[in-house]
Design a protein around this ligand. Structure first.
Ligand code: NI
Length: 258
């Protein structure tokens, strides 16, 4: 069984003490590839460095909506430069977060539009963070040129939203919360996701799956997400692993490496 964790933050300080062991445990669990995702300029640079250091790591570079307020024209140039690296396979995470509102909404929207335009220009997929902002996010995506494709990260939208994003050819990445006992609505939503659009992730160090909830998350635990998805979809963890592995390669343009 081979697994692709399409969203983790091994660039987070939480892994400073033991990153080599974390990567080894991932390998032991069958997690052969991981996408390390940036959320500001420093963490994006760190993601690129890690992708350089470890063959099984790839990088996404971007500005989280929380950090939109600090975004500058120089940052845009720096991201564009990083996106020329061959292991930088996506622009993310980017998006809108109206739950915390750490940056003003108008600023979040303006930065999101600029970053989508950059993705479009470079032909790179986007990794999207959306929280309590789907209406505006969809409107912006639909207004754009929409030649880019992307991933809705840590997806937990409604069935209706799933159909909307599927029409835009987006992928849906499912994370640890699907393993929580109180995740009642999510299984029904997951059944709406087209099989060829399904991805799995940990969002480590956050969102640790059951039964490790409360501890630091790590990519090895993406196997628990695959296992739960198999129960929901009436298939096997091996089938979910292989389908999502293939999907991740298609999404990030890695087909030639399979
Ligand atoms: Ni994340």
């Amino acid at each position: 069984m081979r697994l692709f964790d399409t969203h983790c933050h091994l660039n987070d300080n939480a892994y400073l003490p033991d990153l080599p062991e974390v990567v080894k445990r991932a390998e032991a669990a069958g997690v052969e590839r991981m996408l390390v995702v940036g959320y500001d300029l420093a963490s994006s640079r760190m993601a690129v460095e890690l992708a350089d250091e470890y063959p099984q790591l790839y990088a996404a570079v971007g500005i989280h909506p929380h950090n939109a307020v600090a975004f500058t024209a120089e940052d845009l140039t720096a991201l564009e430069q990083m996106l020329t690296h061959k292991k930088v396979v996506a622009l993310g995470e980017i998006g809108l977060d109206y739950h915390y509102d750490h940056s003003p909404r108008k600023t979040q929207q303006a930065v999101f539009r600029q970053l989508l335009a950059l993705a479009d220009k470079l032909g790179k997929p986007v990794v999207i963070h959306a929280r309590e902002a789907h209406a505006d996010l969809l409107a912006i995506l639909k207004a754009g040129a929409a030649t880019y494709q992307g991933v809705m990260h840590c997806y937990s939208g409604s069935r209706e939203l799933t159909r909307e994003y599927a029409k835009l050819n987006f992928y849906f990445s499912v994370a640890g919360p699907v393993t929580f006992a109180n995740a009642r609505r999510l299984p029904e939503v997951i059944k709406e996701i087209p099989a060829e659009r399904l991805l799995i992730e940990t969002d480590a160090p956050y969102l640790t799956p059951h039964p490790y909830r409360g501890r630091r998350n790590e990519p090895a635990y993406v196997a628990l997400v695959a296992k739960r998805l198999a129960e929901i979809l009436g298939s096997t963890p091996e089938e979910v692993a292989e389908q999502t592995w293939q999907n991740a390669h298609a999404c990030f343009g890695l087909e030639t490496l399979v």
